[in-house]
Design a protein around this ligand. Structure first.
Ligand SMILES: Cc1ncc(COP(=O)(O)O)c(C=O)c1O
Length: 409
């Protein structure tokens, strides 16, 4: 008789994991107050309060809220003066937005490989990609796990590069006790539905540089400048402002953030301890400088050779059928259709960068192996549940390993 759920056996788990998003009467009250205030957009005090609170939480001097994490990257690059002819180094293992934002300012994203243990931007690979045109790099704290900021900042200083931290997955994460986003020149965040702090959509940029903060505000607010008139536009800035209802939800969400972080940390530690007893599935590693991981994802490192060569995609499918939500995650960003067919899709680039941009020849071997064979994602809300939830994850892995032969029949 078949044991595995994928073949009709009983699944390890039939209950859903922890719900997401989380809300209670405080959110309803905050939304009603905003509704009744009549201030739903620009000038809403609730947005000012959120920005101040978020800046304080991150230990940054300034926070500028905006529509989403993609716009946050785009606005930050604009405000930092990145433009046509510039190259910006980005990791090959990230959400598409990290690279796309560079194209949005007409600069060129250059892909670097990742560290095979942490999945973060590999400083050695970054150094190899530097040319006289390189102006900046965007380390991404992937899964909420801080990138090697000491090494990356050393490289940035040596080559006079700007550093924009993509913290979309990492609010609250810390590198040597400093919150991410405050180590480079600026840091960006996303409050999209899946994120640890969410208002459905939304974003923010933090910095300690006052003139940069003013420029961030300008590019978020139709090119207007501080103290300027309503119809006086100085820069190519669109309207990327956050709405007041989202600010209200984010302020309440921040009341829960710390408690949720602690819960995720506890469950992640417990899950890691259980996985130490499993031959063939381990947890994404962190650097010694990581003093806090935000666990936006719990990334499992699957070794097919310990499962008789079973493909990662098939393992993930079997895991899902056992009732364990998971994803096989990203492809290397340069392998997406858009980049493979570049620059035909971007006519301006054909003339500006003739012959210099060919993503078909990019190779990042660590990233390619991780995407193909290794990385399996568990989602942050799964880590908000109980120890029993973690036990189920490991039970399902062990079950698949014991009955792996069934998957070849
Ligand atoms: C690493 C990373 N960067 C940027 C973004 C873009 O954020 P958003 O979806 O809010 O535009 C996301 C999330 O979706 C992300 O995970």
């Amino acid at each position: 008789m078949a044991q595995l759920a994928i073949h009709g056996g009983n699944p390890v788990r039939s209950e859903p994991f922890h719900r997401w998003p989380v809300f209670d009467t405080r959110d309803k009250q905050a939304l009603m107050e905003t509704l009744e205030s009549g201030k739903w957009g620009i000038g809403a005090k609730v947005t000012e309060r959120f920005e101040q609170h978020f800046a304080d939480y991150c230990g940054a001097q300034f926070a500028v809220s905006c529509t989403n994490g993609t716009d946050a990257l785009y606005i930050a690059l604009q405000a930092m003066g990145i433009g046509p002819g510039d190259e910006v180094i980005v990791p090959s293992y990230t959400f598409m937005a990290t690279a796309i934002s560079v194209l949005m300012v007409n600069a060129i994203p250059v892909f670097a490989d990742i560290d095979p243990e942490t999945y973060n931007l590999d400083p050695e690979s970054v150094e190899k990609q530097i040319t006289p045109k390189t102006k900046a790099m965007i380390p991404v704290h992937i899964a909420g796990n801080p990138a090697e900021m000491d090494e990356l900042m050393r490289i940035a200083e040596e080559y006079s590069l700007l550093v924009l931290e993509d913290c979309a997955q990492a609010p609250g994460a810390e590198w040597n006790k400093r919150k991410v986003g405050t180590i480079g020149h600026a840091g960006t965040f996303s409050f999209q539905s899946s994120k640890n702090l969410t208002a459905g959509e939304g974003g923010a940029i933090i910095t300690n540089d006052e003139s940069l903060a003013d420029r961030l505000r300008t590019f978020t607010n139709c090119g207007r400048v501080k103290g300027g008139a309503w119809y006086d536009h100085h820069e190519l800035g669109g309207n990327h402002r956050l709405g007041a209802f989202q600010s209200a939800l984010l302020l309440v969400g921040m009341e829960r953030l710390e408690g949720q972080m602690k819960q995720r940390e506890e469950n992640a530690r417990y899950l890691q301890s259980l996985l130490e007893g499993i031959d063939g599935v381990s947890f994404q590693k962190s650097y010694a400088g990581c003093t806090r991981h935000a666990y936006h994802l719990g990334i499992l490192r699957y070794q097919p050779q310990r499962f008789k060569g079973l493909a990662k995609s098939r393992f993930a499918e079997a895991l899902r059928k056992e009732g364990i939500d998971c994803s096989t995650g990203y492809l290397p960003v340069y392998q997406y259709n858009f980049f493979q067919n570049f620059p035909d899709r971007m006519l301006a680039y054909r003339d500006l960068y003739e012959g210099r941009v060919n993503y078909r020849s990019v190779q990042c071997p660590h990233c390619e192996r991780v995407c193909q064979d290794e990385a399996i994602w568990l989602f942050q809300e799964m880590l908000l549940g109980s120890k029993e939830d973690m036990d189920d994850i490991v039970e399902a892995i062990v079950k698949i390993q014991c009955h792996v032969s069934e998957l070849f029949e």
